[in-house]
Unconditional design. Structure first.
Length: 228
């Protein structure tokens, strides 16, 4: 936590007895308090400046005598959401479990008029354009390991793409490397099924040992040894 000091001096720096000037002989931390400084929303305008060469224009020796500055590409094309806004929306949703419709109220109070449909699109686009490539690279790192822990747990999906009822089980699979093979990588794979096809697809490039439970899907995959 950043430390900020507030110094308090006597209102009268003259001695009450003889009126001579007082000289400081020390200081004491009287108390500490936590101060919250709210975040603020800022509208940043990216302005491109154009310059021209007067000489080239005069001589007409070159057709491209104008040079223009280039603003950086937006995190999401044609969207007002900058990287910091996207990061906060995703953090609040997945780390603080704050629903998007409630986030809309907070953004409105901060000065950004939006709706939960916009926020949902921002989350999807950020995940597909920026986070998915990172996930795929982490998956490549995971596939290069020789020892993995794998397990799956039940999840519910309200609007299933396979047409089954929301009461039907979906599954979140977790794949984890071990500390003896470098920094631990933990990845999740969501699937509507618990079948072996999930493992076949995910472990295509993996060759090694998988530590798992006795579920029948963990069996008979090429180049993989299962240690139950």
């Amino acid at each position: 936590m950043e430390v900020e000091e507030i110094h308090h001096h006597p209102t009268n720096l003259q001695c009450d007895c003889c009126q001579n000037q007082l000289h400081e002989i020390g200081s004491t931390i009287a108390r500490e308090e936590a101060t919250f400084i709210p975040a603020k929303l800022v509208r940043v305008q990216h302005i491109e400046h154009a310059y021209e060469c007067k000489q080239c224009k005069k001589d007409n020796e070159q057709s491209s005598f104008i040079q223009r500055g280039k603003a950086p590409t937006a995190a999401i094309p044609r969207s007002i959401a900058g990287p910091t806004v996207l990061a906060k929306v995703i953090y609040d949703k997945f780390s603080l479990y704050l629903p998007l419709y409630r986030q809309v109220k907070e953004w409105t109070r901060a000065g950004l008029i939006t709706n939960d449909k916009n926020l949902s699109n921002w989350v999807i686009r950020a995940a597909e354009d920026w986070l998915l490539p990172i996930y795929e690279e982490m998956k490549n790192v995971l596939s290069a390991k020789t020892l993995l822990h794998i397990d799956e747990t039940v999840a519910k999906v309200l609007n299933r793409s396979d047409g089954k009822r929301p009461q039907s089980n979906a599954y979140n699979w977790v794949f984890r490397s071990v500390p003896t093979e470098g920094p631990v990588v933990i990845l999740f794979e969501h699937a509507l099924t618990r079948s072996q096809t999930v493992l076949e697809k995910y472990l295509t490039d993996f060759k090694g040992t998988v530590i798992c439970d006795g579920y029948a899907a963990y069996d008979k995959l090429s180049n993989i040894t299962f240690a139950n």
